[in-house]
Design a protein around this ligand. Structure first.
Ligand SMILES: CC(C)=CCC/C(C)=C(\C)COP(=O)(O)OP(=O)(O)O
Length: 376
């Protein structure tokens, strides 16, 4: 099969109702594959076993970090904090946003973007998502109340994806959208994305955010009832509440577009969800101490596995690391398979997913947000 044929095969998809998944799978396996490396996938120099935390847990198998440019991170964070103030966050909140280093996160996670203003697209959206996550969903000390979350998220959707006017019924909505700093941030960040992204890219960001919100409401129900779920159920929700949402911006920041039919091709989507899930498991292993400090701890893979298996946090951490490492290996294999497809945009995007994981690891390892408080 020619390389053009491989792309056509990838994009052709099933041809009608009743076409079985097996037929699609057969087509995809027809994509010519590179001979597997005799050393095995683990020795790809783009990946490494990376120690993390205090070094006592097993290392995370993770892509290496492609770029560390501290002056660029400082500049993105400077612009981000100014924007946060314009959205209505107070001085202390702006300081917290600056300290967390969401600008540094995007510098690390989008190695193919040099422009601080373009990086700001991702920095603003990530900061706005985290503000909603902390203030509405997770952090009891910041006023998050599980029973109040769903209606807040409905308004968050209206902020990102403006609804047409309904005359007098829009007045209160408009006022609320102007006066709540989280909603202002979500609206402003999405408007900023609209200046550079195509309609399809913007809507893709909105809808993946809304899917993430559904998972947040599941966590809220579990916290409200005090009936925490088994780990498998949490992980099913976590796959739609992952850094996949942040990764929807990879091509926007790279200055190209992965067209929707390629972006949503099941093979590409699977690889993207694997990357997002792996990256968010890195978040869960780094968040354990922070989450345990909450009087009603948010859901976290390590804590739920410990509860399920009646094991220690250390044992549950090791299980979570192993799960993460398997997901990364699955992503690596998917990337290798798709590397035969002759699409410059697809290849850049897949590399972008890998780069995001490598940057996300570095950020979690260094952000004060996940630094455990020194014991006194
Ligand atoms: C908030 C955001 C950037 C969304 C994408 C990834 C995601 C859902 C999170 C990192 C939020 O998860 P979590 O609440 O566990 O994060 P923290 O541990 O509070 O940083």
């Amino acid at each position: 099969m020619t390389e053009q044929g491989a792309l056509a095969t990838l994009l052709a998809g099933p041809s009608g109702l009743g076409t079985s998944a097996a037929r699609l799978a057969a087509r995809l396996t027809a994509v010519p594959q590179e001979a597997p490396s005799p050393e095995g996938p683990g020795l790809d120099p783009a990946y490494a076993y990376r120690p993390w935390g205090d070094g006592s847990a097993p290392p995370l198998y993770c892509p290496v970090t492609e770029r560390i440019n501290d002056p660029l991170a400082v500049e993105v964070d400077r612009r981000l904090v100014l924007w946060a103030g314009e959205c209505g966050f107070d001085e202390e909140e702006c300081e917290q946003i600056g300290k967390a280093g969401f600008g540094r996160l995007v510098m690390l996670a989008h190695p193919d973007c040099e422009d601080p203003e373009r990086l700001l697209i991702s920095a603003k959206l990530n900061a706005a998502w985290w503000a909603a996550d902390d203030l509405y969903a997770d952090d009891t000390s910041l006023g998050a109340v599980p029973a109040e979350l769903p209606p807040k998220l409905a308004l968050a959707m209206a902020a990102m994806d403006p609804v047409p006017s309904l005359g007098e019924f829009s007045r209160d909505l408009d006022e609320t959208l102007r006066n709540d700093r989280v909603l202002v941030a979500l609206r402003s960040a999405t408007d900023f994305l609209r200046r550079s992204g195509t309609a399809a890219q913007v809507q893709r960001v909105c809808y993946s955010t809304f899917a993430m919100f559904v998972s947040w409401t599941a966590y809220a129900a579990w916290r409200h009832s005090g009936k925490y779920p088994p780990a498998w159920e949490y992980l099913a929700a976590r796959q739609h509440d992952s850094f996949y949402t942040s990764m929807t911006l990879i091509d926007v920041l790279g200055g190209y577009e992965l067209t929707s039919n390629v972006y949503y091709d099941p093979r590409v989507r699977e690889a993207a969800i694997q990357a997002g899930t792996a990256a968010v498991l890195v978040n869960d292993v780094h968040s354990v101490t922070k989450d345990l400090e909450d009087e009603s701890p948010p859901c976290n893979a390590v804590l739920l596995i410990a509860d399920d298996r009646k094991c220690t946090i250390e044992e549950a951490t090791a299980i979570t690391v192993e799960l993460h490492n398997d997901v990364v290996r699955d992503f690596q294999a998917a990337h290798e398979k798709l590397s035969a497809v002759p699409s410059v945009e697809l290849q850049r995007f897949l590399r972008g997913l890998r780069g995001w994981m490598g940057g996300g690891f570095e950020w979690h390892s260094t952000s004060p947000r996940y630094r455990t408080k020194p014991s006194v």
